[in-house]
Ligand binder design. Sequence first.
Ligand code: ARG
Length: 462
Amino acid sequence: MSKPLWSGRFDSAPDPAAFDFGVSFPFDRRLFEDDVTGSLAWAEALAKAGVLDATDARAIAEGLQAILDRGRQDPSWVTGDDEDVHSFVERQLVERIGDAGRRLHTGRSRNEQVSVDLRLYLRRRIPRLQEKLRTTIAVFADQAEQAGDALMPSYTHLRRAMPVLVSHFLLSHAAALRRDHARLESAREEANALTLGSGAIAGTGYDIDTTFLANRLGFSRVVLNSMDASSDRDFVATFLHAVSLSMVHLSRIAEDFILMTGEEFGFFELADSSATGSSMMPQKKNPDPLELVRGKAGRAIGHLTGFLVTMKGLPTGYNKDLQEDKEPLFDAEDTLAVSLDATASVVRNLTLHPARTGRAASGLLLATDVADYLVSRGMPFRQSHEVVGAMVRRLLAQGRDFESLSLDEWRQAHDLFGDDVKQHVTAAASVKVRKTPQSTNPDAVRSALAETRAWLASGNGG
Ligand code: ARG
């Protein structure tokens, strides 16, 4: 075991079992780059404060830069029996430049350092997730374009509700993913505050220019309070929440296509490349990637829940419990990244069966259109709802639907039905009469698709 940063206080070396239990280097090595970046800026602030002379400052800057280059070149080098990534970097620095390296930690605590590292990490990694979201949104836009004017039923309570354009359904998922993109952006902004200058909890006694440091590290602001800074991991919880909600959306997408590619629906065909077979039943074509995405949503939500429980009940100030922020954060990030990749790949390769979706979009789900027809002839909606309800009851008993009714039969049902009723009661007519911009009206959907494309082209959200 490497000598811990705090060994001076103790008579004996730590018990290996207890020390190993507290070690975070195996996972916080992922913060290596951020730790060095933060330290490079810290050394400059120390020099500005007159704590480091120019020679030491230069030695530290060169040493840290060499460490950064080495670690970037060969990530497997970032390893050892150090307690954490901060200890590793400091040990490497001292090994390289000697005593000057021992001056780097002046006025600084690992409490503010680990927070700054994590904030830098999220700031640089969230855009990668947003990029994957944009790719997935583009896949939905492409599929929506290809679907043209194909029709399908929409569902409430998983019962056929009203006809919609297939493209409207596809863009509904793009709309949810865009909220995820925005939510990640605000998680990134929440993380975007400098904690350095907070010391262990009370602030630092050195003349540290926090505005300079914030600018130097690209933070939009300095935290408000040093005690809060050492306790605060809200930005981690916010990130975990943004990831969880995005996973909930991916799970809904997965569930929709698991259903709609199955034999009972048959609306879409799953590409062979997106499916797996059964070791026993030769006919099976299983949607494993979608099932795994749906399953992994539970894992992401578990990370959020677990971490909230970790934070709950901690007194003000840094507590070692906070070290439990990293593994859930990294795993949540990885989980969302692979789930987005898998979802984009499966959806990209789906084939629509427009004849099947079109057939499913006609029939008794046109009942609202029939009721609206009567309203257009002056009948109050409550009454038309009743008239059409009774028609539905009779049709169901006879195993028929609206399309099979002769004009006489329409007239028998109610004398307000005129010659034109048949052309009003089709799925295509049903979507055309929707009027609002968020509706499935074909012109509205075309605009929505164009707006989605424009949003993608604008390189949104950073
Ligand atoms: N590994 C620690 C963490 O992840 C770093 C901060 C350590 N600070 C301390 N006072 N022990 O939270």
